[in-house]
Design a protein around this ligand. Structure first.
Ligand code: PLP
Length: 393
């Protein structure tokens, strides 16, 4: 006897992972330069040189310092340095005791969902959404309530969120800069959401939290910093990782922040610690805690993504594709050339273009192009995009 739900999750990997696996096989068959794999959010920019230097330096430390356990919530010195950095950038009066270090944003989100809910509760996601949200929410026995973003600009539809709230609503997951659309939610838009959530919290007699998923925080092309959600809505738990900003996705390092302005912040923080414990997400990788401690100020290099974004959007616009101009992250949300996104992605595949259909993000009719690839992949893919467009003319 096994858990059939877990079996089903293992037996059918996510659409993104399936496409990535297909791409690896196809590259082995016909050559890597002939396959245009836009499936995965694996950064193409190398990690900054400070990371390798820190690893070299740290490798001289005695084994217990390098490989030993830290406290479950992470080393106090690393958490203090992260808190100082957040205070410098955003204010907020954070301390080491507001931070729980994790194995990336995935673990942070899973922890927050489990810390804030009990089975039967509801968590709202804004569609299109990162597909794993639904899995984590439902695995916690919680109902995933989908609210579509505004059709006009893919910002949050605050009145639609208000209409979806019930007395079982415990949280709304907000992801900005956004995967898959590339939107950055404006301060005004977040303020509208905050107003809705404050009123509903009051009516429910308990807080509805924002879980702010921010692995793309620094990948923002608007010229303005990404709005800091806790400064707009205090009942916000921030989930961060260095997977994208410092190109460290395989190192599994991130955090949950429960600031002092969160209602009952100590109880919420301890619930985060408890969820981390219950889920087995304790003691984030020791080496990378120490690396982050040394590299917290390492510069985030967005130049390659800026160039990729321009080449891709200029090229696709010229060919007649419709898409949402991305303000951040490294994804382009493109209108499929037929209503069935999966059928469109299948036809793209025949041109060796690996595009993720929008269905697993909760909506039909679009595909996601991950442009965190080598610039040449974009340049060389244009004839394939042209041929695909011509097929539909
Ligand atoms: N949230 C979003 C929106 C993502 O795109 C990703 C990864 O692609 C994650 C969370 C998980 O990130 P991490 O690698 O830090 O676990």
């Amino acid at each position: 006897m096994i858990n059939e739900k877990m079996y089903a999750l293992g037996a059918a990997p996510s659409a993104i992972r399936q496409l990535f696996a297909y791409g690896l096989g196809r590259k082995a068959e016909i050559g890597a330069d002939k396959v245009f794999d836009f499936s995965l959010g694996n950064p193409s920019v190398p990690a900054p040189p400070q990371i390798a230097e820190a690893i070299r330096e740290l490798s001289e430390l005695p084994a217990d310092k390098l490989h030993g356990y830290t406290p479950s919530q992470g080393s106090a010195s690393t958490r203090a340095i992260i808190a100082d950095d957040l205070n410098e950038r955003f204010g907020g009066g954070y301390s080491a005791d507001d931070l729980y270090l994790t194995m990336g944003a995935a673990a942070s989100l899973d922890i927050c969902i489990n810390a804030l809910t009990v089975p039967g509760d509801e968590v709202i996601v804004i569609a299109p959404y990162f597909p794993e949200y639904r899995m984590w929410i439902e695995a916690a026995g919680v109902r995933c309530v989908q609210v579509n973003a505004r059709e006009s600009d893919f910002q949050i539809d605050a009145p639609a969120v208000a209409a979806a709230i019930t007395e079982r609503t415990r949280a709304v997951i907000v992801n900005s800069p956004n995967n898959p659309v590339g939107t950055v939610f404006s301060r005004e838009n977040l303020a509208e959401l905050a107003e809705v959530l404050s009123a509903a919290s009051e009516a429910n007699g308990e807080p509805i939290y924002i879980i702010s998923d921010e692995p793309y925080r620094e990948l923002n092309y608007t010229g303005e910093p990404t709005p800091w959600v806790p400064s707009i809505y205090p009942n916000t738990l921030v989930c961060y990782s260095w997977s994208k900003s410092l190109s460290l996705p395989g190192e599994r390092i991130g955090y949950v922040l429960v600031g002092p302005d969160v209602t009952d912040s100590r109880r919420v923080y301890l619930a985060v610690c408890g969820a981390g414990r219950a889920l087995g997400y304790i003691c984030a990788p020791t080496l990378f805690q120490a690396v982050i401690e040394r590299c917290i100020k390492a510069p985030v290099d967005v130049e390659a993504y800026v160039a990729n974004r321009k080449t891709l959007t200029d090229g696709l616009a010229e060919l007649g594709y419709e898409f949402i101009e991305p303000q951040g992250a490294f994804y382009l949300w493109v209108k499929a050339l037929e209503p069935d996104a999966q059928a469109f992605a299948d036809r793209a595949k025949a041109h060796e273009l690996l595009l993720v259909p929008s269905d697993s993000f909760g909506v039909g009719g679009w595909v996601r192009i991950g442009y965190c690839v080598a610039h040449d992949v974009i340049v060389n893919s244009m004839p394939a995009f042209k041929a695909l467009m011509e097929e539909y003319r």
